[in-house]
Every structure is written in structure tokens, then in C-alpha cells.
Design a protein around this ligand. Structure first.
Ligand SMILES: [Fe+2]
Length: 356
């Protein structure tokens, strides 16, 4: 009886044609399509050609013996179940075969029923291994899907916070986007990339979120702020940090920007009075970008904005006092190269645009 085309392939490897025929007969009657090889080298050739489920292999063969064949099968065709056929004298080797991945072994002279039972067990073991792997892979896929979903939810919550602030302080809208983009330009000029760059863009976008807690009369005041009002508005870095800390746990550099973008290089900034390199680099970058945008934009309390050249000159003047000289250098270099240009006053929300 010949097996149907969809039947699994069984490769029988033995240097004695007569013994192969016995096996072929047995395995065919169990529903396999049988292919044959007289040694390990031929067996590997067959394995290249056919998708084999099961190999029954003799141990002692010319050219390449069963032990070496098994090693190669484990390396190159790990999904194949291998059952070794062995003489009593070789039982020790057969046991070693188990150690390197044979599913089982059968001792010659064998009873056909015994071969059948061993083969059935080997196939069951193979099925479990494959199922286990498929399950693991589908789990990994689900974990990745959930991570993507979490990322989306995270961006959505950041977006709704940003939108809440924009409703309260229309100026912030364009400002946050521009600070994000200016920071990104300076950071790239300083050789930053990858995750750090992504966090700098995110941090720039949300750096003023704490202004949600600032009174609107102060936020939109057209005149100069009183010292009390100034103090009130300057609570926003810590307020923003407190709001975002639970959300930005995985993006600490973005969170640093929120808290420390009003620190000064000379240590006279807020909220922590940090100075020099103890201010996180990402915050030193955002501080310069923030000031650059403030100078070149209309603010409620400032009648007109500066040109790019004037703003760059002003930033240069404050190098070493308000700003980190290396950040200033990068800002100037990117302006000279034309990478830093004044951005339009309105723009698409970067979260909505999928850029953050
Ligand atoms: Fe700010």
C-alpha cells in the first residue's frame, strides 16, 4: 500500500538494503512516505530535498556513521525526530545519542511492535516540542502587541495632557512643538541619536506641562509679571515633573527635561540650583532651545520677537552663565549650517502627527 502525498516523510538510513526494506514496509504500513539512504552523507542529501518528519538510522555505516549524522541533523534540521537503530554491542553509543538529541533507540534484532512503539513516542515528543515552540512564539507576539498598545495608550495620555494645556495657554501649542524640534536639531548636532533623541523630542514636547497648574491670569498676562507671579509660574517644572513622573518612568531623559529645563549652567536656575554637568545634558539642550524659541516668538509680555541672528547672538552672550557652552556651540553651528531655522508659529501636534 503506498502512502498518500500528504503523508509525512520517513527517512530510513541503513547500509544493508534488506534491512531498509523491512523498515520501509513497516513504516509505509503506518502511513509514512518512505525515502532511503545507505549512509549519513546520502541521508543529508535526502534531508535537503524532502521535508522529513522522522529519521530511522543505523549506527554503523560507511562514509558517515549514525552518530555523526545525528549531530548534523540536530544542527541543520532540528525539527526532525531521530530514532537510532543499534546492535547490542553499541548500546553505550546509542545512549550517547540520546544525550545529543536522538528521540530514542531500538536494539537489533528488534520486534516490529517495539519499533512502532518507539516511533510513536518519538513523534509525540516532537509534536509537543513543536507545539511548545509555537505557543512561545505566539506569546512573544502577544507581548509585543501589548507593548505597542501600551505605547499608544501612553502617547494618548501625554497628548490629552498637552491638549489640556493648549486650551488653557494657546501660546504653548506652537512653543512645545518648536522646542521639541529645536532641541532635536541641537542634540543631533551634538551627535545624539536613537532612544536619547526620541526622549529629547518627547521631553521638549511636554516640558511645560506643569503650566496646567498655573493661574490663567498669570499665564496670559500681557504686562510684566510681579515677583509673586513669576514665582508662581516658575513652579511649573516641579509641577510638571510630579504630573509626568508616573507616565514617563521608562523615559527618564524626557522627565529630566520637564524638571530641569529652567536650570542655569552657573547654578542660579530653578528648581534645584544645579550647575554645569550636574544638569542632565538633555535639560541643558532643552533650556537653550526653550530660550531660543521664547526670543523668536511673540509672548504676551513681549511686544516683538527677535530675528534668528539676534537670538543666536543673545544665546552666545549667555554661554557659560545661563547655557552650557557646548550646547551653545552646537546651536550656533546648526544655525550656521542652516539646520536651525525659525519654525512657523503653528504646526501639527507632533503626537497627532505620530512624530513623538
Ligand atoms: Fe518652562
Amino acid at each position: 500500500m503506498s502512502a498518500p502525498d500528504a503523508a509525512p516523510y520517513c527517512l530510513i538510513v541503513d547500509d544493508e538494503p534488506r534491512l531498509r526494506q523491512v523498515m520501509v514496509h513497516l513504516m509505509r504500513s503506518d502511513g509514512f512516505q518512505c525515502i532511503e539512504a545507505g549512509n549519513g552523507v546520502e541521508a543529508l542529501e535526502q534531508l535537503e530535498k524532502y521535508t522529513v518528519t522522522l529519521v530511522l538510522s543505523d549506527l554503523r555505516m560507511p562514509k558517515m556513521d549514525g552518530f555523526e549524522l545525528l549531530r548534523q541533523i540536530r544542527d541543520r534540521f532540528p525539527d526532525v525526530a531521530v530514532v537510532m537503530i543499534t546492535a547490542v554491542a553499541d548500546v553505550e553509543i546509542a545512549v550517547n545519542c540520546l544525550a545529543i538529541g536522538a528521540a530514542d533507540y531500538v536494539i537489533k534484532p528488534y520486534q516490529l511492535e517495539d519499533v512502532r512503539a518507539r516511533v510513536a513516542q518519538a513523534l509525540e515528543k516532537r509534536r509537543l516540542i513543536l507545539e511548545n515552540r509555537a505557543y512561545r512564539e505566539s506569546l512573544e507576539e502577544r507581548v509585543q502587541q501589548q507593548a505597542r498598545r501600551l505605547e499608544e495608550l501612553f502617547l494618548a495620555s501625554v497628548q490629552s495632557l498637552a491638549e489640556a494645556l493648549e486650551l488653557k495657554d494657546p501660546y504653548t501649542r506652537g512653543h512645545s512643538i518648536r522646542v521639541s524640534q529645536y532641541s532635536s536639531i541641537i542634540a543631533r548636532c551634538m551627535g545624539l541619536e536613537g532612544e536619547m533623541l526620541r526622549q529629547i523630542e518627547l521631553g521638549g514636547h511636554v516640558h511645560d506641562i506643569g503650566k496646567i497648574g498655573v493661574r490663567e491670569t498669570v499665564l496670559n498676562k500681557p504686562d510684566r509679571l510681579t515677583p509673586e507671579e513669576y514665582q508662581h509660574i516658575m513652579t511649573h517644572p516641579v509641577l510638571g515633573w510630579r504630573i509626568l513622573a508616573p507616565l514617563l518612568g521608562d523615559t527618564p531623559n524626557a522627565l529630566n527635561i520637564v524638571r530641569s529645563h529652567h536650570e542655569r549652567y552657573d547654578g542660579r536656575g530653578i528648581p534645584d540650583g544645579l550647575s554645569g554637568d550636574s544638569i542632565p545634558l538633555e535639560a541643558r539642550i532643552a533650556a537653550a532651545a526653550d530660550a531660543f524659541d521664547a526670543m523668536t516668538s511673540d509672548r504676551p509680555y513681549r511686544a516683538s520677537e527677535m530675528t534668528l541672528d539676534l537670538a543666536v547672538a543673545e544665546i552666545r552672550r549667555c554661554s557659560g552663565s545661563q547655557f552650557d557652552p557646548s550646547v551653545v556651540e552646537a546651536l550656533i553651528a546648526s544655525a550656521e549650517r542652516g539646520e536651525l531655522q525659525l519654525l512657523p508659529r503653528t504646526g501639527m501636534h507632533p503626537v497627532a502627527a505620530g512624530k513623538v
